[in-house]
Design a binder for this molecule. Structure first.
Ligand code: G6P
Length: 370
């Protein structure tokens, strides 16, 4: 069994460590040799169709939904098309406004999630072109979608999704760039800059993973608590939501992810002496704002751990109790780096609590019933 797990104690830890390879495999052959262009020959979506897209809807469940939240900010920033996110079980029953100029992106690791498949059919019944981002090319969702952009994460066994999520992020970066090229919303140089930063991601994640155990002590600390919070703004908020889900799924610790600026509209009432708050503070455009939110929770006794770029650690340590440094990348690509310490945190917290890391109670890897 250890052989199957490649020498790791659990599939989840193995899969966390497989992320650099998953990034490389998902990017392979999808950038031209000059490193200045994304090429996605597998897509049937024509240039004409791309130019006519009026809005995008991203529909998924669970972790794939969280990848879609990042996908939204990527597409909106790169292409300036309005994007909506929906969980599939809501989308299919809310009578969504879909036209033939709507591009619907369904995201699914397994390609078999019942609600996501039903959402795909709902969108197609209104004439939308549906692109599936999936890890299983022979799946029901891949078969029924109009287009498939495969993630190449390899089989994911642990119920808590890790490498599938980050490969979905890579797929969104590639697709966002591709749309931007066709619609002319980014210069060639800007595209080349993002591609270069993407190519650096696998090594950056590798270097972080050599230091994986450094988060263990903190995970053991939070394992003693029943409640905690994740806060962040922009993409940091999207990643906070995924970090919170990961922790709930396998450690059974209750946590909430909050948009940092929204705290004072209610949740601040829950902050009391000693409660752990994990603050994602990477997005430079809003860093000062996030720091003032950190001060608000500190003033009420929270124990704050920040996840930030190396260069901000010293500054942030004036306002937080501890900080975890992540390698520097472009703001738009940060999620592919910043989520990794949160995956490890959930893993080690689950271990500290003696839980079944790979098979958490009540959950299934793939939900094929409604
Ligand atoms: C289940 C899994 C989650 C997953 C979700 C969507 O709930 O436990 O980890 O994110 O389904 O799965 P999919 O295969 O559609 O990405």
């Amino acid at each position: 069994v250890t052989a199957e797990k490649g020498g790791f104690d659990h599939f989840m830890l193995k899969e966390i460590h497989e992320q650099p390879k998953a990034y490389r495999d998902t990017m392979l052959g999808r950038m031209d040799e000059s490193g200045r262009k994304v090429v996605l020959p597998e897509l049937k979506l024509t240039q004409e169709q791309i130019k006519n897209i009026r809005n995008v809807q991203i529909v998924a469940c669970g972790t794939a939904y969280h990848a879609g939240l990042v996908g939204r900010s990527v597409i909106e920033e790169m292409v300036r098309i309005p994007v909506e996110n929906d969980v599939a079980s809501e989308y299919r029953y809310r009578s969504p406004i879909v036209t033939p100029e709507t591009l619907v992106i369904v995201v699914s690791q397994s390609g078999e999630t019942a609600d996501t498949l039903a959402a795909l059919r709902e969108a197609q019944s209104h004439g939308a072109h549906v692109l599936a981002i999936t890890n299983v090319v022979g799946s029901s969702i891949a078969r029924e979608a109009n287009d498939v952009l495969g993630t190449l994460a390899g089989p994911e066994i642990a119920v808590a999704s890790t490498k599938a999520y980050t490969s979905q992020l890579i797929a969104f970066y590639l697709f966002g760039l591709y749309l931007a090229q066709v619609r002319g919303t980014m210069t060639e140089d800007a595209v080349a800059e993002v591609i270069a930063a993407m190519e650096a991601l696998p090594e950056q994640v590798e270097s972080m993973l050599t230091n994986a155990e450094s988060i263990k002590g903190y995970a053991e600390q939070i394992a003693e608590h029943e409640n905690l919070f994740f806060i962040g703004r922009g993409q940091d908020y999207a990643v906070a939501q995924e970090g919170s889900l990961k922790l709930k799924e396998i450690s059974y610790i209750h946590s909430e992810a909050y948009a940092a600026g929204e705290l004072k509209h209610g949740t601040l009432a829950l902050i009391e002496e000693g409660i752990p708050v994990i603050a994602l503070a990477t997005q430079e455009a809003v860093l000062e704002k996030t720091v003032s939110n950190i001060k608000e929770v500190k003033a009420r006794g929270a124990e704050v751990m920040a996840i930030t770029y190396e260069e901000h650690v010293a500054g942030l340590l004036k306002s937080v109790d501890q900080a975890f440094a992540i390698p520097k990348t472009l703001p738009i690509l940060t999620a592919a780096v910043s989520v990794v310490p949160l995956q490890l945190l959930a893993y080690y917290a689950s271990l500290a609590r003696g839980n079944d890391v790979d098979k958490p109670r009540n959950l299934a890897k793939s939900v094929t019933v409604e």
